[in-house]
Write a protein that binds this ligand. Structure first.
Ligand code: 13P
Length: 339
């Protein structure tokens, strides 16, 4: 029988990382709006089929996070999209949180919904083929924010979710995202990320989560988008990120898979590469990107099946570049050569 640890380690195998294709209905509509395409069930299905049938992607993509609608959809050849992934050796996963909602008595702060009925949904998703799951909590940096109340409540929910997943034989990806919106410095991001991760690991341990059967999906330590000092260099991001994680993330965790969070495609690759060039680290350090793996493919596709080959080429290129970065082997030249 495959253990939680086997699945977690397979998701962070050398040269590989995760595609986050679990945009909720609202988020995928925003993505489609950006290319002027109406978000219908058929177009969402066609777009995801294009990504999942990209020949060669399995060389750099270990798993895909699906949305509830997608895990129930079929490819044009009649196979379920889950079967398509299974047949290619890519592990299917599922987003199980129900998005964010305003946190009571905490103006401007959010908590993630979805614990009610979660065990029953996990059982169903497991039957549909999901081997791992994702839950995203959002921490915003602002004037006097985040509150420790917001961090603690979100950490508690992440741990409840993770414990339930493991009880049902599903590997939890624990995602506390400190947003890069705002004008905060990289140092402020480091402090808030450290506080958040402390609270998350305290909650995970208190709730008996098996650390070697989960993955952590955090933000990198990075300046806010509107920070006056501008973007920090990849070397700076790498050093700040690793300093923070070495302090807080137990070595028992098999992998850290970063979200891209609004970084440009190449920035997300260069920063991941810089982090891995500082290795070896106690954990595997890889990616679980949504936008930074999909933006080029989405724009090449334009909602038209006739452009599927162009979309797949763009996706494969980003998958390869991030596969190199996951091993600290990326160079700007590799980007040009393969582009
Ligand atoms: P981004 O890489 O676009 O931030 O998405 C990753 C993700 O899954 C956020 O929950």
């Amino acid at each position: 029988m495959t253990s939680l640890n086997d699945v977690a380690r397979a998701l962070v195998a050398p040269g590989k990382g995760i595609l986050a294709a679990d945009e909720s209905s609202g988020t995928i509509k925003k993505r489609f709006d950006s290319i002027g395409v109406e978000s219908t069930e058929d177009r969402r299905r066609a777009y995801r089929e294009m990504l999942f049938t990209t020949a060669g992607a399995e060389g750099n993509i270990s798993g895909v996070i699906l949305f509830d609608e997608t895990i129930r959809q079929q490819a044009s050849d009649g196979r379920s999209l889950v079967q398509v992934l299974d047949d290619t050796g890519i592990i299917p996963g599922i987003k199980v949180d129900k998005g964010t909602t305003p946190l009571a008595s905490a103006p401007g702060e959010l908590v993630t919904d979805g614990l009610d009925g979660l065990r029953a949904r996990l059982v169903e998703y497991r039957e549909l083929g999901a081997k791992f799951a994702k839950w995203r909590a959002v921490i915003d940096i602002g004037d006097g924010l985040p509150s420790s109340y917001c961090i603690d409540v979100n950490a508690h929910a992440l741990a409840r979710y993770a414990a339930l997943c493991q009880d049902e034989g599903i590997v939890p990806i624990v995602e506390p995202e400190v947003l890069m919106d705002g004008d905060h410095s990289i140092d402020r991001c480091s402090v808030v990320t450290t506080d958040t991760l402390h609270a998350v690991f305290d909650a995970l341990l208190a709730q008996r989560v098996q650390l070697d059967g989960m993955l952590l999906k955090p933000n990198m330590v990075i300046a806010g988008k509107q920070n006056r000092a501008g973007k920090a260099s990849p070397d700076h991001v790498g050093a700040a990120t690793i300093a923070c994680f070495r302090d807080v993330v137990p070595a028992a965790v098999p992998g850290i898979v970063f979200l891209s969070g609004g970084q440009s495609d190449e920035e997300a690759t260069a920063n991941l590469d810089a982090i891995n060039k500082l290795g070896p680290h106690p954990w595997n350090v890889s990616f679980s990107y949504g936008r930074a793996l999909q933006a080029a493919a989405l724009s090449a596709w334009q909602g038209d099946d006739a452009n599927a080959a162009a979309g797949q080429k763009a996706f494969l290129h980003r998958a390869r570049m991030n596969g190199l970065a996951r091993d600290g082997k990326w160079t700007p030249d590799a980007e040009k050569a393969a582009g």
